[in-house]
Design a protein around this ligand. Sequence first.
Ligand SMILES: NC(=O)c1ccc[n+]([C@@H]2O[C@H](COP(=O)([O-])OP(=O)(O)OC[C@H]3O[C@@H](n4cnc5c(N)ncnc54)[C@H](O)[C@@H]3O)[C@@H](O)[C@H]2O)c1
Length: 381
Amino acid sequence: MAKTLNVAMIGYGFMGRAHSNAYRQVNQFFDLDYRPVMKVACARDAGKLAKFAQNWGWESTETDWRKVIERKDVDAIDIGSPNNTHKEITLAAAAAGKMVLCEKPLAMDLAEASAMTEAVERAGVPNYVWFNYRRVPAITLAKQIMDEGRLGRIFHYRACYLQDWTISPDLPQGGQTLWRLDKEVAGSGVTGDLISHAVDTAIWLNGPVTKVVGDTETFIKERPVQDAGGTTKAVTIDDACQFLCRFANGSLGTFESTRYARGRKNKNAFEINGENASIAFDLEDPHRLQYFDHTDPDHLQGWRSIHVTGFEHPYMKNWWVPGTTIGYEHTFINALADFLKGLETGTPASPTFRDSLPTQAVCDAVLDSAEVGHWQSVVPV
Ligand SMILES: NC(=O)c1ccc[n+]([C@@H]2O[C@H](COP(=O)([O-])OP(=O)(O)OC[C@H]3O[C@@H](n4cnc5c(N)ncnc54)[C@H](O)[C@@H]3O)[C@@H](O)[C@H]2O)c1
């Protein structure tokens, strides 16, 4: 008999849709004890919220997240609202004994993230951060290959996360969907929004980062404020960020992120070079993991392109037959399945809030370094 998990979703935007889809599909494709029930969706605009709830099958709606947390029929709070709301909602949810699933970046900065982690741990509630790219099967396969030690000593880790949607100076900042350009709401620009994904993956694959030196740029200094009748405001987020780092295992890292890479819509890529082998991944070709094995016979050496769609590949036995593919939305379903499996087995799925603190610490250190202009140690967490 399935155990029900009554879920409240905060936010009906991009992530509200991605998570709703995951709640609807997860039990169809994964054999799990827990069955999420889509109890209540919450956002501030009642009209739009009603349409969203009807479309995705949420049983009820609330326009104030505090009311959602007060409800006795809710077990888990899923935070898919902008970054400046994560802390307050988490603290209230944890105090009410609810599980918390939170979108990335976990918080505006490390201090907030630490307070949130203490709150969920004090309350003893399961918690999880939606770093969904870990659940791209090719990236999970990269983790398996790293854990098998096939690369040997690691020399280099290089990553980029590139977009191009903010190049026009006419694009306003603030408000619906454009809160990412407003530092008060987002906390930072591409560092929290994009590089945090690359850093989460890097730490997961290659271990802790010990020190960083970074540089940021804001290309457009002033923008109109959305729906504010022509008012403009200084832009204070980072439009682009690059940093060098050292990993605890002695390898060197380079990271680059921008929303000004014309033609790049969501290029999230990395390459790792080890003594015996290298691996490379690019979200523009998400089903493939590139692998070069120096232990192959000399005459057969070359990059192989592994089509990560076989039953033996991570997550793929839950989907279709080998050779067929899955999409972006499946990374959230895979992530949710892992969270629910963690509830079932008592071994929490990663990343928990605590697991996400090192990523937040790296992002903070990068922004600090960009400000002071020299290397910064990453606060151990
Ligand atoms: N995992 C990923 O790859 C990924 C991708 C996109 C966004 N995100 C993260 O998800 C979160 C939401 O981003 P998004 O792209 O879905 O944003 P969005 O702008 O599309 O949606 C935000 C939603 O939050 C609602 N909201 C805002 N303030 C609220 C409040 N006080 N109470 C209730 N609802 C409120 C808005 O009405 C809207 O429905 C952010 O933290 C973002 O960084 C993660």
